[in-house]
Design a protein around this ligand. Structure first.
Ligand SMILES: *Cc1c(COP(=O)(O)O)cnc(C)c1O
Length: 381
């Protein structure tokens, strides 16, 4: 049996007719950049996330970059984030000329540990603390970071909060949607995200009229009116085709999320029945609505051997992420060392993402669980 990590082809079949209709319409109109489809998607996403404004942009990475620009983060500024995230979170901080300051993660959720964040800020000398201008908590794998303490510390020190919600559209924290808690929320429509476009795309959410205005101007080279530039922006525009396709998919998102949650519950019981406690740690759910962009297990040993074995048996899996960001070569001059963030470093050695996409069948899940059991219990059988 083949069980790919992600199968977008079957999902496409369910939306194909609508997609063909709208793409044809856009081709006939020859109106490709921004326009009514983008405006409509912005309204729909703002409503879905429970915020006042959304600004469509060219990718999740650009959502982070433009958010940092709108918050006027730049040279000499420090931004606190997690070393255990996709590269873009930290790459964007560096690209605006600021520097990241890492805080280790919580071992159960893989999200930034608010106690360590608080300790870092309280222990920091006051001069250095004035340079901390933003926090970027990441809602990794589809579960929100513990936002209340993060928001409290941000308020105490007057720090901007930019949520990296690229993996977490529709995830909730105490009844609030991801992207509606901080000052800005960044989403990605990369095809493998829960709400993916047919190419690159992203969106920024905010409740602030002022930030919304800045984002709109920065998105088109900082021009307002056209050809008159008070600030320097970039080309961060979303195109009409991507917006129209994402808008079609948004109608299905809650059903897809529910299917992912059901798959996760099914895996949990299959693994429990298989008696794998000695080797496998199942995902810890601490927040209201985990949307399972990834279903992550932690292997106490033999992670890489298991992955190899699964591959030979036709099962896709992935390691998100094999090297924490403080140890990346391109960030060597930040002067972090191995051992600085032991929880993130251990996660990088132990985590494995299993197929969780909505169309995954129960037969496929049984097969995955049976193969993992066979791998660990082969000596006993
Ligand atoms: C995917 C992702 C991004 C970047 O999104 P792109 O659309 O690929 O640029 C940023 N942060 C996190 C946590 C992501 O998972």
């Amino acid at each position: 049996m083949q069980v790919p990590l992600l199968d977008l082809k079957s999902q496409y079949q369910s939306i194909k007719q609508d997609v063909m209709k709208v793409t044809n319409e856009i081709f006939e109109s020859q109106y490709f950049i921004m326009g009514p489809h983008v405006i409509r998607l912005e309204q729909e996403i703002a409503a879905y996330c429970g915020v006042k404004h959304a600004v469509g942009v060219s990718s999740g990475t650009d959502a982070l970059l433009i958010s940092l620009m709108a918050a006027e983060i730049g040279k000499g500024d420090l931004v606190i984030t997690t070393p255990y995230t996709f590269f873009a979170t930290v790459g964007s901080i560096m690209r605006v000329g600021a520097r990241p300051v890492f805080v280790d993660i919580d071992p159960d959720t893989f999200n930034i540990d608010p106690e360590k964040l608080e300790k870092l800020l309280n222990d920091m000398d006051a001069e250095k603390r004035t340079h901390i201008k933003a926090f970027i908590p990441v809602h990794l794998y589809g579960q929100c970071a513990d936002m209340n303490p993060i928001m409290a510390i941000a308020q105490k020190y007057g720090i901007v909060v930019i949520e990296d919600a690229a993996q977490a559209i529709g995830a909730e924290y105490q009844g609030k949607r991801a992207g509606s808690i901080g000052d800005l929320g960044c989403f990605s429509f990369f095809p493998s995200k829960n709400l993916g476009a047919f190419g690159d795309g992203g969106i920024v959410t905010t409740n602030s009229d002022d930030l919304h205005n800045k984002l709109s101007i920065l998105r088109s080279h900082g021009a307002k009116p056209k050809y008159y530039h008070k600030i320097i922006g970039g080309n961060f525009r979303l195109d009409a085709l991507q917006a129209a396709i994402v808008s079609i998919k948004l109608k299905y998102l809650d059903a897809w999320t529910q299917a992912r949650q059901e798959n996760a519950a099914r895996y949990n019981s299959l693994f429990q029945e298989a008696g794998l406690d000695e080797w496998v740690v199942l995902p810890t759910v601490t927040q209201d609505r985990h949307i399972y962009n990834q279903y992550i297990i932690r292997l106490k040993k033999n992670r890489d051997q298991l992955r190899q074995f699964l591959q030979e048996e036709g099962i896709g899996s992935e390691i998100y992420y094999p090297m924490p960001l403080h140890l990346q070569e391109c960030f060597a001059d930040l002067d972090y060392q191995k051992g600085d963030f032991p929880v993130a470093e251990q996660a990088a050695l132990q985590t494995l993402a299993l197929p969780i996409y909505p169309e995954l069948t129960s037969d496929q899940q049984d097969y995955v669980a049976a193969k993992i059991k066979a791998f660990f219990k082969r000596g006993e059988m």
